[in-house]
Design a protein around this ligand. Structure first.
Ligand code: C2E
Ligand code: MG
Ligand code: MG
Length: 236
């Protein structure tokens, strides 16, 4: 994995995020792909935890941010007004100069900070909540958007979440994928959307796999939709 960066084995795929009001693409999430020279494709769910354990996550995230912003700047030159979301690990939040890494990349590609969203999972932050809060405040002061990924599956408390300087909540795909067939999941999604709106957050649903889910989420007032029904992650 350490060599993968230098050997050019990594790539970013992008999955579009749609506004449920306009139906238009407003931005995209960068998803890391690793094609190993011998072992072939390795999914991020397999190699990200290893990168976290070994510390490789720091150069890896730096690479992802650089690549995502470089590709966003190419799109901007072509006239597209989009934002990009990058997944970060809680380990990145413990890195001393992480906000500087982010700031330098934004400056390098001349990207307004508000066009970058950083997605972090709640479970990841719980291991050192005080440190995570401090790091998020630092990132927020740069002007980047912050998003809680996989919301609803973690072990954090709402008391903790409400202190975080985040602008967006992403409802975990496990609830969204089951909405059509399980009334309880639809209730959880609807209630989460309402609660998050009342707390001032924008809401993204991930894992939108059917037209019916799309319609239900729009009626529920979900702000952004992401999922295979709308678009799979695509190579740049
Ligand atoms: P995530 O951030 O929650 O990303 C969403 C995952 O759901 C992606 O899987 C995406 O391909 C998948 N997905 C999107 N729409 C649908 C759908 O309609 N149905 C289903 N079943 N799945 C859908 P992927 O690309 O395999 O990534 C898995 C996880 O790996 C991500 O979850 C994220 O936590 C992590 N990851 C990916 N890229 C990076 C990265 O650059 N850095 C870090 N730290 N983590 C990453
Ligand atoms: Mg994500
Ligand atoms: Mg997610």
């Amino acid at each position: 994995l350490r060599k993968a960066i230098d050997n050019d084995e990594l790539a970013l795929h992008f999955q579009a995020k749609f506004s449920s009001k306009s139906g238009k693409i407003t931005g995209m999430e960068a998803l890391l792909r690793w094609t190993h020279s011998e072992h072939g494709f390795i999914p991020p769910d397999e190699f990200i935890p290893i990168a976290e354990q070994t510390g490789v996550i720091n150069p890896l995230t730096k690479w992802v941010i650089d690549k995502a912003l470089s590709q966003l700047s190419e799109l901007r030159e072509m006239g597209y007004e989009l934002f990009v979301a990058v997944n970060i690990s809680a380990i990145n939040l413990k890195e001393r100069h992480f906000s500087r890494v982010v700031q330098e990349a934004l400056q390098k590609y001349n990207i307004p900070p508000k066009l970058l969203t950083l997605e972090v999972t709640e479970t990841a932050m719980m291991d050192d909540p005080a440190r995570a809060l401090l790091a998020l405040k630092e990132l927020n002061s740069l002007g980047v958007r912050l998003s809680i990924d996989d919301f609803g599956t973690g072990y954090s408390s709402l008391a903790y979440i409400k202190q975080l300087p985040v602008q967006e909540i992403k409802i975990d795909r496990s609830f969204v994928m089951e909405m059509d067939n399980h009334g309880n999941d639809a209730i959880i999604v609807k209630t989460t959307i309402n609660m998050c709106h009342d707390l001032g957050y924008e809401v993204v649903a991930e894992g939108v796999e059917t037209a019916q889910t799309c319609e239900t989420l729009s009626l529920m007032g979900c702000d952004y939709l992401q999922g295979y029904h709308l678009s799979r992650p695509l190579a740049f």
